[in-house]
Design a protein around this ligand. Structure first.
Ligand SMILES: [Zn+2]
Length: 217
């Protein structure tokens, strides 16, 4: 029924959703375990195996969700399928699961614990390369950076695998950093090593990260 409803003209679909919400109806709620499989279809087997350990709790709400590191669990509103769409629920779940993966994959957790020096370096090294990767450039400037304070390294980490299933669309330094999670390529460096390059403390500010993402110095 939901997939049929999604084929209706947008105004008609919005009307139906209004009617459902008046009765607090969720037409279809994918169970967490099933949703993990659908959200990560096509990702490398080791990534999927790790994500299967994550509990995805469907909460009684129309929209919203998040990863809770203290509980190591994902919450996702039961209304996402009905009120945002069947495709959207997979993307939202994928995003939250990559927060879980950043926190639970030993390699990437080591980078996060150090303040993301390797991720920042990949973004820095990609500044001058954006023109060669138009879909990435359009996404980063037209969508990601529009989120203000939310456009931080943690959110960037979860968004790259969610939005780029083909690593050829990413500038090479960013591709190298994320490819193990997307197509199973090996990481070219050890994220647990202390950086052997100089890091200016001012470069750790969010505005600098955002400036580098936008392709500026
Ligand atoms: Zn997030």
């Amino acid at each position: 029924m939901l997939s049929l409803a999604e084929k209706l003209p947008p105004s008609r679909l919005a009307q139906m959703r209004d009617g459902w919400w008046r009765k607090r109806t969720y037409l279809y709620v994918t169970p967490g375990e099933v949703l993990v499989e659908r959200a990560l279809a096509g990702f490398p087997e080791d990534v999927r195996a790790l994500a299967r350990r994550c509990r995805v709790i469907r909460t009684d709400a129309r929209g919203g969700g998040g990863f809770y590191p203290d509980r190591n669990e994902v919450e996702l509103a039961a209304g996402v399928e009905t009120y945002e769409g069947l495709r959207q629920v997979e993307l939202s779940c994928c995003h939250e699961l990559f927060h879980y993966i950043c926190w639970n994959d030993e390699r990437y957790r080591a980078d996060e614990d150090q303040g993301f020096p390797y991720l920042r370096r990949a973004v820095f090294a990609s500044r001058a390369l954006l023109d060669g990767f138009p879909r990435y450039r359009a996404w980063v400037t037209g969508s990601f950076l529009r989120q203000g304070d939310h456009a931080n390294p943690v959110e960037y980490f979860a968004d790259i695998p969610t939005n780029f299933r083909d690593t050829a669309e990413l500038p090479p330094p960013i591709r190298a950093h994320f490819a193990p999670l997307i197509d199973g390529a090996a990481l070219p460096y050890d994220l647990a090593r202390r950086p052997d390059w100089k890091i200016d403390p001012r470069s750790l500010e969010l505005v600098v990260f955002q400036r580098w993402l936008a392709g500026r110095d």
